[in-house]
Design a protein around this ligand. Structure first.
Ligand SMILES: Nc1ncnc2c1ncn2[C@@H]1O[C@H](COP(=O)(O)OP(=O)(O)OP(=O)(O)O)[C@@H](O)[C@H]1O
Length: 245
């Protein structure tokens, strides 16, 4: 089998110091193969966002390694890390983070401009068609629905052809129909475009779109569920919530 595109090795992270230190993540390891879609679930405060931030190079962990195609994000220079984040990693957040003054197509093209590149009109048109926003390319974010904004954010993550897309509660602000569209798009991205996806979610229905669910509790990886259904993911979550209560 091909080498995993992302290897998270014994990742630990803490906030604060001495008397008020919070061990947000302790010794978490997992592999992500190309085209795999993994969800991260766990009770509030269990370390999901911290894992996403450390695994994606936004934050440097206290210890452990994050190997993106063999390059350790935890030891590269700030300049290399910025370059890797721009070219190899995509981000999708709950609150979209689109620039209000830019049109949909300008927002989507922005990461390429920031990387010193300029996507062709055809490239932008292709990505817009993937997310069914071709007709809305000239609109600004305020003129889009929540689901359309999130699809624009996904297109923006895809324009750089990243190896891994990290999504933090991407459906957290959406109704069930828009959620379904966004989740299908993430699934398609993995299956048809070979992108790997790591998605933090509270929603077992969202988790059921992924290949595998990683469950965190108190900063530790405590359970793994392959080929999840919403029912099974909800059951495991309920068990964890009970254990933590
Ligand atoms: N900047 C910070 N400073 C101090 N403690 C923090 C900081 N960020 C997170 N924490 C703490 O680290 C732990 C893990 O937080 P994290 O946000 O990763 O959890 P989470 O599972 O994403 O939570 P939620 O589901 O509520 O978003 C929590 O105890 C949290 O209070």
């Amino acid at each position: 089998m091909a080498d995993p595109v992302l290897r998270v090795v014994s990742l630990s992270h803490a906030y604060g110091r001495r008397s008020n230190v919070v061990h947000a993540l302790t010794d978490v390891s997992f592999d992500l193969r190309r085209g795999a879609f993994v969800s991260v679930m766990g009770p509030s405060g269990s370390g999901k966002s911290t894992l996403l931030r450390c695994a994606s190079g936004i934050d440097r962990p206290a210890s452990g390694a994050v190997l993106l195609d063999g390059t350790d994000l935890t030891t590269v220079s700030e300049v290399e890390l910025t370059e890797l984040r721009r070219t190899r990693i995509g981000f999708v957040f709950q609150e979209y983070n689109l620039i209000p003054a830019l049109t949909t197509e300008q927002n989507i093209a922005l990461p390429r401009y920031l990387a010193g590149d300029r996507p062709s009109k055809d490239e932008v048109t292709t990505v817009l068609s993937w997310v069914s926003l071709g007709d809305l390319r000239a609109r600004r974010p305020s003129e889009l629905s929540g689901g359309q904004r999130q699809r624009a954010a996904i297109a923006r993550a895809l324009i750089s052809e990243p190896d891994v897309v990290f999504a933090d509660e991407p459906t957290g602000s959406l109704d069930s129909r828009s959620s379904d569209e966004v989740l299908r798009l993430l699934r398609w991205m993995a299956d048809e475009r070979g992108r790997s996806v790591v998605m933090v979610t509270h929603d077992p229905v969202a988790a059921a779109f992924s290949d595998r669910v990683l469950f965190l509790a108190d900063g530790r990886l405590v359970d793994v569920l392959d080929r999840p259904t919403a029912g099974l993911a909800a059951e495991r979550m309920a068990r964890l919530e009970l254990q933590g209560a």
